[in-house]
Design a protein around this ligand. Structure first.
Ligand SMILES: O=P(O)(O)OC[C@H]1O[C@H](O)[C@H](O)[C@@H](O)[C@@H]1O
Length: 550
């Protein structure tokens, strides 16, 4: 038993049963599974909202799915889910509620944290954001000199960057094209330089996004942005018209010099990587408008409701989470590829990397004891067609098992010309062809039958049996984006619940931050930093020499 009263995961009978079942299936090929069940292609599918989910090309049978659901039941995934939705402090190491779902709750919902209903505050901020976004979009909110705001720059990092940056890209065709919206995250001065070099400060609004408002990269970039603005406008008072803050920390916002009247608030029960549907989404809301932002929230809510109420057999986030566990814990898969067949989803996987890897990249259980089972996978991927001409070789014929999600849309984006829309069928032909090739491969007999010389047969054979999920929707809309993100949020939740880890803290990012602060004086002043190891010391010396400082 654990300190939290739970049997160690890998000692449960459900785990052992899955390990045994895995052995029994060792020689089963997807070709066999499809041959045995002609209805598999339609039977192994689910719908949630506008999403059609095909999981038939997975190395699973009804029995596998039953055993996986038993594991979920034994680990009380739904119990933890209900505790999350109720606002219980399931982020145990930070003693916090986990309530990103409250960010998209309807106005009349009641969700208490420490005896207070948080929903009215959520809607009050959304209303203020909407009002502000409308004023910027209409030109009513002007810069210090009276010029209209034409450029919006979000300065933030991690969860205060990836969400809005990704969603802006995804929903580009819904944005006000007259506005230039950019995202600066890297403390490398080149990032801010490139984002501002062709802009007029008098027309530029900076949105400083930071949950804590202590993140050194963001504060450094925000300070430089203020200097850039003041160098041009020369008046401290200009800051009030060109800087707004998105944060949970009013004190630090005021300390930085932004009037808290220009601050949009969120709360410690919203994790950074779960925050882009909070005030952190302000840049996105300015770009797409409040109505579309709310459509996106509605999309999130569709999947929240589904996750909360659908029975285990039809629960899509549960299914996707369990499939990941099947491969990561019982097939030794180390990574998970997310391969969108949409140019607009180019930053989607980067966003998921933080969502998944910061949440489930843990090696101690909730009781603080080391886990004896694999936890979160390496998540990676880029838009699929480009990947096909680069790394798909390894997915098709390499030695590693890489389960993958394929995400595609039936309709091209509305604003494309007819000629460009005509390319969509070719895009989607690739989409369908790839999962077929991955699942079914090409046997040596088939290769031989094509007249391939004997010495090349092995090279041209595709083993197949590579599992994929296909996620298909009619079109890419704000609602569909919300649905997709909520789907992955809850998938990550399911996996963390089974693994019995805290998916909502991120202590693993702290050490590097502390060391960076300690190392900096060694770079700038040549200070003798105590505790520097021999390798780092030599590297610092080389750096100083290269910069002509020694
Ligand atoms: O929003 P902030 O407080 O500036 O934090 C920005 C990011 O930095 C941290 O180091 C965490 O790893 C992330 O979870 C967070 O999203």
């Amino acid at each position: 038993m654990n300190a939290d009263g739970r049997t160690r995961l890998n000692q449960t009978p459900e785990w052992t049963a899955l390990a045994k079942h895995r052995e029994e299936l060792a020689d089963t090929h997807l070709r066999d599974l499809f041959a045995a069940d002609p209805a598999r292609g339609t039977g192994y599918t689910l719908r949630v909202g506008d999403l059609y989910i095909d999981y038939s090309k997975h190395l699973v049978t009804d029995e596998t799915l039953r055993l996986l659901r038993e594991l979920a039941a034994a680990t009380d995934v739904f119990g933890l889910r209900d505790a999350m939705f109720r606002g219980e402090k399931i982020n145990v190491t930070e003693n916090r509620a986990v309530l990103h779902t409250a960010l998209r709750a309807p106005r009349d919902a009641v969700i208490d944290v420490d005896g207070e209903n948080v929903v009215p505050a959520v809607h009050a901020v959304l209303d203020r954001m909407s009002d502000f976004a409308d004023r910027v979009r209409s030109g009513e909110w002007t810069g210090h000199t009276g010029k209209r705001i034409k450029n919006v720059i979000n300065i933030g990092i991690g969860g205060s960057d990836l969400g809005p940056a990704m969603a802006y890209e995804v929903l580009r065709s819904f944005t006000d094209r007259a506005l230039t919206v950019r995202f600066v995250s890297n403390v490398d001065g080149a990032d801010l330089h490139e984002a501002t070099r062709d802009l007029d400060p008098a027309e530029t609004l900076f949105i400083i996004a930071s949950k804590t408002f202590t993140t050194i990269e963001t504060i450094t970039n925000a300070t430089s942005a203020r200097q850039w603005l003041l160098a041009a406008l020369g008046d401290e008072a200009a800051v009030a018209k060109h800087f707004v803050a998105l944060s949970t920390n009013a004190e630090k916002v005021a300390e930085f010099g932004i009037d808290t009247a220009n601050m949009f608030e969120f709360w410690d029960w919203v994790g950074g990587r779960y925050s882009y549907d909070s005030a952190i989404g302000l840049s996105l809301m300015i770009a797409i408008g409040p109505d579309r932002f709310r459509e996106m929230l509605d999309g999130f809510r569709i999947v929240d409701d589904h996750f909360r109420t659908a029975p285990a057999e039809a629960n899509v986030p549960l299914l996707l989470g369990l499939l990941g566990i099947w491969y990561g814990n019982f097939h030794d898969a180390q990574s998970h590829a997310v391969l969108p067949y949409s140019h607009y989803l180019s930053k989607f996987t980067a966003y998921l990397q933080q969502l998944d890897m910061e949440s489930n990249g843990k090696s101690v259980a909730r009781d603080g004891r080391p886990v004896e089972w694999q936890t979160g996978p390496v998540v990676w991927g880029t838009p699929g067609t480009n990947g096909q001409h680069a790394y798909y070789q390894l997915i098709h014929q390499g030695t590693k098992l890489i389960p993958a999600d394929f995400i595609g849309f039936a309709e091209p984006v509305a604003e494309l010309s007819e000629e460009l829309k005509a390319q969509h069928d070719l895009l989607m032909a690739n989409f369908f062809a790839q999962t077929q090739a991955l699942a079914f491969g090409k046997t040596a007999e088939e290769v031989r039958a094509e007249g391939v010389p004997d010495e090349l047969v092995a090279h041209k054979t595709f083993q197949g049996n590579r599992p994929t999920t296909t996620i298909l929707a009619r079109e890419l809309t704000p609602s569909v984006l919300g649905q997709l993100i909520a789907l992955y949020e809850h998938k990550v939740f399911v996996q963390g619940a089974v693994w019995n880890i805290d998916s909502f803290d991120q202590w693993g990012v702290e050490l590097g931050k502390v060391l960076a602060k300690r190392v900096e004086p060694a770079l700038t002043e040549g200070a003798d930093v105590p505790g520097l190891d021999a390798s780092t010391k030599a590297l610092v010396a080389a750096y100083r020499e290269l910069r002509g400082r020694s």
